[in-house]
Design a protein around this ligand. Sequence first.
Ligand code: AMP
Ligand code: ZN
Length: 488
Amino acid sequence: MTLQLHNTLTKKLEDFTPQQDGKVLLYTCGPTVYNYLHVGNWAAYVYWDILVRTLLANDYTVERVMNITDVGHLTGENEGDADTGEDKMQKGARREGKTAWEVAEFYSEDFLAGVEKLGLLLPEHMTKATDFIPQQIDLVLLLKEKGYTYQTTDGIYFDTSKFPTYAEFAGLDLEAQKAGARVEFNTEKRNPSDFALWKFSPSDEKRDMEWATPDDLLELPANDDEEIMGFPGWHLECSAMAMSILGPTLDIHTGGIDHIPVHHTNEIAQSESASGVKFVNYWLHNNHLKADGTKISKSLGNGYTLQDLAERDYSALDYRMFVLQSNYRSEGNFTFENLTAAKNRLRNWRNIAALRHQTHDTLVDDSGKSISLLAASQAIIEAINNDLNTPEALRVIDQAFAQFDGKDLGDIHQHGLTQVLENIDAILGLQLIASTPDINDETKQQIIKRQRARDEKDWATSDQLRDQILEKGIVLRDTSSGSIWEYA
Ligand code: AMP
Ligand code: ZN
């Protein structure tokens, strides 16, 4: 079955075909590292991890770039003009009494720790915007040479009227934007949709992160003794990192739906103006997660972090399961009730996974067994190939695992079970195998002893052994064919 993805560019579900046979060039907009990520941000990265795993399951090799935005993302984004306001990194620095560099390092490390906890595959290239300043300057220079830029008091801007298809991607109404342009916004802009490629540092502020603006970028060269310091615009960063590593045309570019009208629209305008070719063939956008039915926002106190979840005894993998319960294109709702449901589902699945330690194969495949998992792996791939339909994949797995209800260990084909668990882990990253180690020999001996005590109707010894085993986090479930152990 072919992989189908919903493309924001065409607003249709399309068969996926990369430019090169068997290889996918992928770019994911990464986090701005001025604070901890909240559950909404993490949901986005879990979904794009599923995309990569889906591509791998379809035998593609993937080359992915994910950026770390550590400069130039301004607070004005939230007030309707992304070229105004304070650099989020400077804001973080002020809040914590550190430099922007220290803040970037701290939250980048925390991001990487979260990536590890959630079992997200590492991109081939994890790039910091501040490591790509020359590439960003080169891109602005190219745009200037081609006549797309103009200079204002506070920076070098892209003239969106020179990119005739600017409004198409997001279906923008540029006339309405002009009519409604708020006067307090930058009056030097030729069009309200124009955006900064390179901003000059404010003359009254010493920024932690700033670079000399090359004379070639300026309409009038600076005086010899006075350098004009500046920093890149947020949109420019993504275009420069994507194109300098992956080339002018990407197969897939991902981000949140909030990126469609400004950030990605601007990426397309500047990238295609510079290269003269199509920037991205498939655009994928994740919908936003709400929390307790409302927009996630730090001020509402619902911007839960992975640490907040851990303090309430939910693991990152519990959270991963929660994310998979919704499709990436639907608006999810985070509640602790939903998270508890995910946690319980994961615990049940782990206990199924643990059964592989308790059974031995006598047959080459599971054809003679009453539990058959042969079709499940294929059905999981079919579900995710349908535009990453993770809720359907979970339903398929629940259905396959429901076959275990009321069955004996003798009905389980160990190899068949292990194989389906490996496939689930590869596609959904739930680490079912790694999180379900076998019990040690001592515990196994205790289980045998307890079984013997039961056979001899020595209930006191049997109960005592059960308690000792429970202390190790293992519960016993007695069935007609003997006792099965589970994680408590
Ligand atoms: P930022 O660090 O603000 O650039 O955001 C990082 C990523 O999280 C971006 O891709 C956003 O689109 C995404 N994002 C922000 N809020 C949410 C949310 N509530 N649900 C899902 N994704 C979100
Ligand atoms: Zn981006």
